[in-house]
Design a protein around this ligand. Structure first.
Ligand code: AMP
Length: 284
């Protein structure tokens, strides 16, 4: 695996390759990231990953400074997963001057759910992704692929719309959410959990599962009282000591509340356990 810290190094490592398959990450890698890298392998002629903790997508009170940085371990894991080129720019390489041009995703999508609780988050994500695409794909011709996890469901939708609206010649491929044996979605932030919090953390996915089961049971009949189901889910997590931001059933197409009984749905949740904020989702 070749490592690039600068744009010049990245272009040198990519020269001769036409079809990169690219997995952007913020590092502190786990099996979710590595599954995306393995999924990327057959989709291009060079598998590229990036590690960049993007200051733009963190609010001032969030964990930018303490976000886990595990460089040596990440390099070993990526190499073993078959990554060919790792792009790990220093902040000054990606942001040599304050980033005054930004990508503003459609507020109708980006101000909901995660965007409501983390204002500006998707501006930061869309801006860095656009920039990383520029770095990784600038020399390539023909098929370009970038992979994102379904674990970040709304983020994946924002990126798909970004690529569509700017007519970027990039295929966006989704990777299924990878989970621990008990069902907890893998996340770099799981490392913040104490042992007792870790044991409790699975309740987020369990709650989403029971919401999905209730929706499936009433599917097509319109019989499920969705606001009541959401309120009950919030209450049940609160009763266990969580501080939920949202637990909702939304349309897969635009993440708005469903208006008809036959629309494909997804349940999405975000909740804090102690000081750790976890998110998860499940298609119904
Ligand atoms: P992050 O490093 O958290 O920015 O995530 C980098 C990429 O990995 C994003 O596309 C995430 O959606 C994806 N990802 C994170 N956790 C998981 C998971 N448990 N399963 C699958 N993909 C994931």
């Amino acid at each position: 695996m070749r490592i690039a810290h600068t744009l010049e190094e990245l272009r040198a490592h990519l020269s001769g390759h036409q079809h990169p398959a690219f997995v952007p990450t913020m590092g502190n890698l786990h099996a979710g990231h590595l599954a995306l890298v393995r999924q990327a392998k057959p989709l291009g002629d060079v598998t590229v990953a990036s590690i960049f903790v993007n200051r733009l997508q963190f609010l001032p009170h969030e964990d930018f400074d303490s976000y886990p940085r595990t460089w040596e371990r990440d390099c070993t894991l990526l190499k073993d997963a078959g990554c060919d080129v790792l792009f790990a720019p220093k902040e000054k390489v990606l942001y040599p001057e304050p980033q005054t041009f930004k990508i503003q995703p459609n507020p109708a999508l980006a101000d909901l759910l995660e965007g409501q609780f983390r204002p500006g988050f998707f501006v930061g994500v869309a801006t860095v992704v656009m920039k990383l695409f520029g770095c990784v794909f600038s020399e390539s011709k023909g098929q370009r692929t970038a992979l994102f996890g379904q674990k970040d469901y709304q983020q994946l939708m924002v990126i798909r719309r970004l690529v569509q609206q700017f007519a970027l010649p990039i295929d966006i491929v989704a990777g299924p959410t990878q989970r621990d044996a008990d069902g907890l979605a893998l996340s770099s932030r799981n490392g913040y959990l104490s042992p007792s919090e870790r044991a409790e953390a699975v309740q987020l996915s369990k709650t989403l599962q029971s919401m999905a089961a209730a929706l499936r049971a009433g599917a097509g009949t319109g019989a499920t009282d969705i606001p009541a189901l959401e309120a009950q889910a919030m209450d049940s997590l609160r009763a266990r000591g969580w501080a939920p931001d949202y637990l909702v059933a939304r349309r897969r197409s635009d993440l708005l509340p469903p208006t008809a009984s036959d629309e494909p749905l997804v349940v999405l949740g975000a909740a804090r356990l102690g000081s750790t904020r976890l998110i998860d989702n499940l298609e119904v």
